[in-house]
Design a protein around this ligand. Structure first.
Ligand code: G3H
Length: 258
């Protein structure tokens, strides 16, 4: 019964948005931990969502890295560029992370799939304050950074703290802070515990969670039961206008948890 299913999903999405304190959730069938194709469906749904909200003309879209968004990118399509000029930007530097999933690669793939344009920013994510100051003055970097802060859309994922701490090659000292602080989630280099408290911030170039308030469309994409706790933790800090694309696997666990 399609109508019953639709109403069931609409109720689930509404409850989830209320529980997470954000404006909208889109819940797709399945569990991304077990079914690889669920992440493809996130990508197709994102394509549809952007197609329905983006105006004609130019839009600047910043994207983060990670395996979810790398797969999402492959499901965008050229229809999105009809009457539009899309420019994809890396929301942060990416060197240090595996090339295939760094923000630069995700935004190049999105541009390729949609026949849009992209700008790259080849910078380490973790950088000393001194180098950051001098690098910011470099014209090629400065121009991309300025565009990022003026993005119309941000598309980001939410990571599990332990997985992200390992992937970001953090030092033993940083790892200890994250472990002792019981961090469960990571987004934009910020590690949060279950109550949403900031446990550790990787010094970095690019967008921060606080910058999201100024960006018109913020789309978070994360699914699978293994991401339920991370989603809940990060959403305590997310701007209210965040739209979450997730799956039944994560949603049901979040709604079950008191
Ligand atoms: O910041 C969050 C991570 O980019 C998420 O990575 O999609 O591989 O879990 P993932």
């Amino acid at each position: 019964n399609v109508l019953a299913d639709y109403q069931g999903t609409a109720i689930l999405e509404k409850r989830l948005s209320e529980k997470l304190g954000i404006s909208r959730c889109i819940v797709l069938p399945g569990n991304a931990d077990k079914q690889y194709r669920v992440v493809d469906s996130f990508g197709r749904r994102l394509n549809q969502l952007l197609g329905s909200v983006l105006p004609n003309g130019q839009s600047m879209i910043s994207v983060t890295g990670g395996s979810t968004l790398a797969q999402v990118a492959r499901n965008l399509s050229p229809d999105l560029s009809k009457n539009r000029k899309l420019v994809f930007l890396p929301a942060r530097g990416g060197v240090g992370e595996s090339v295939t999933i760094q923000a630069n690669s995700v935004c190049a793939e999105m541009a390729l799939r949609t026949q849009g344009q992209y700008r790259a920013m080849y910078l380490p994510e973790d950088i000393s304050e001194k180098s950051f100051e001098s690098l910011q003055k470099e014209t090629s970097i400065k121009s991309v950074l300025e565009l990022i802060y003026r993005s119309d859309v941000v598309i980001h994922s939410i990571g599990t703290a332990s997985v992200m701490a390992e992937r970001r090659n953090l030092s033993a000292k940083e790892q200890e802070i994250i472990d002792n602080g019981d961090a469960v989630s990571e987004a934009f280099g910020d590690f949060f515990d279950q109550s949403g408290k900031l446990v550790y911030k990787v010094p970095r170039i690019g967008l921060h969670v606080r910058d999201l308030d100024k960006i018109k469309y913020v789309v978070a994409i994360a699914g699978g039961q293994s991401k339920a706790k991370a989603i809940q933790s990060y959403m305590k800090n997310a701007p209210h206008h965040t739209i979450l694309i997730t799956d039944e696997g994560a949603s049901k666990l979040i709604l079950r948890d008191n």
